[in-house]
Design a protein around this ligand. Structure first.
Ligand code: ATP
Ligand code: MG
Length: 366
């Protein structure tokens, strides 16, 4: 396996900047996930690494070798697409062996690699079947097998699970993660599914409009988002954003919104010092908006009054939609939490888990 490096990579289609100044260092054996909404440039980035798309500017390295001008077949990487077209008239074995045959790999070596990949993927008993005799998940594993037998320097995967139903997707996600560990493979994986990114990635690259927003571990992307876009793209329901401004109350820095205020907790005080009177967007995740007296009685400085608009029972918990002024806040409440619609209730924010953003730049205050 090998590392993969992108340096100042650009791709323009006519006047569309599909990818702008992307710099990435993908370590050997890393599982790096490109995450972002439709059209943000994920596939284009992957295709440039594969050599299927020419760079408008910049360089790409696989290991120590610059490959920007190297033909796709000579880059020694394997790609798994969303549409993993298998050859319908070939067996599972032949599908996996085909690419190696074309490369004139000796027969015994082909057999060794296919058997080994089949073993890893649990396809051993299915080698004589045709694709139409397989389930969707099994077909997807054959497509992965085809990539594994190449023994490439790196794997590029473009939404390989998106054609599977929800249950199979979860199952295959776990298998892919195990596979990554077992192969010690370098994987560059594209998805718009934040759960896939959070569960599989050793690091996540969040992209928007061709521009990298943040490169960080799943934990950091979730807990220390670099800006409002990352903060609201990762996490369901999304992080709540409350517009307001900084003021002083009883000598302490405070956040004011719709006639209410909270004292700014320690985690934000340093970043916000000197900004009194400035506008600020406060970010708080649904699980950090607490509705139980046990919590809010302990945090009198962090309380707000809110009106209950909607309660969505989810079984194990309730999603509570609260109005504060013109904003709606979502809170995750235990499933035994009850209120009438229209009730005014008290909520309090977890002081260790608040975020603050500059409303103009949308960057996190740090
Ligand atoms: N061959 C092309 N010609 C012109 N524009 C293109 C071409 N390929 C992609 N684009 C544009 O480049 C941008 C990035 O596309 P890309 O396919 O990389 O997005 P993506 O992040 O993979 O999206 P999705 O999640 O929908 O697959 C989009 O605006 C797209 O319309
Ligand atoms: Mg795509």
């Amino acid at each position: 396996m090998a590392s993969v490096r992108l340096e100042h990579v650009f791709k323009r289609f006519g006047n569309v900047d599909a990818v702008s100044d992307v710099n990435l260092d993908i370590a050997d054996q890393e599982f790096l996930v490109l995450l972002g909404p439709s059209g943000c440039g994920k596939t284009t980035t992957l295709r440039m690494v594969a050599g299927l798309e020419e760079l408008s500017d910049g360089s790409i390295f696989i290991g120590d070798r610059e490959v920007s001008q190297v033909a796709p077949k000579d880059r020694d990487i394997a790609m798994v697409f969303q549409n993993y077209a298998l050859y319908p008239h070939m067996t599972v074995y032949e599908n996996m062996a085909f690419g190696l045959k074309l490369r004139k790999v000796p027969r015994a070596e082909i057999e060794r690699r296919v058997k080994e990949a089949a073993e890893i993927l649990g396809l051993g008993s299915l080698l004589a079947r045709k694709p139409k005799e397989l389930s969707g998940g099994q077909r997807q594993r054959v497509a992965l097998g085809r990539a594994i037998v190449r023994e490439p320097k790196a794997f590029l995967m473009d939404e390989p699970l998106s054609n599977l139903d929800a249950k199979l997707r979860t199952q295959t996600r776990v298998e892919l993660k195990r596979l990554h560990q077992r192969l010690g493979a370098t994987i560059l994986y594209v998805t718009h599914d934040q759960t896939e990114a959070m569960t599989m990635g050793t690091r996540i690259v969040v992209m928007r409009d061709g521009v990298v927003q943040q490169v960080a571990t799943p934990d950091d992307v979730y807990n220390r988002p670099a800006n409002q876009f990352v903060a609201t793209f990762v996490g369901t329901p999304a992080m709540n954003l409350l517009p307001g401004e900084l003021g002083q109350s009883a000598g302490a820095l405070s956040f004011h919104t719709y006639g209410q205020q909270i004292v700014l907790p320690d985690v934000l005080r340093a970043a916000a010092s000197g900004l009194t009177g400035r506008k600020l967007t406060l970010g708080v995740r649904p699980e950090d908006v607490h509705l139980s007296p046990d919590f809010y009685d302990q945090h009198p400085d962090l309380q707000m009054k809110a009106t209950v608009r909607v309660i969505e029972p989810m079984g194990h918990e309730n999603m509570v939609y609260l109005a504060i002024g013109e904003e709606t806040l979502v809170a995750r409440a235990p499933n035994d939490w009850h209120a009438q619609l229209g009730d005014t209730v008290t909520c309090a924010f977890d002081p260790t888990r608040l975020h603050a953003f500059d409303p103009e730049t949308e960057q996190a205050l740090a």
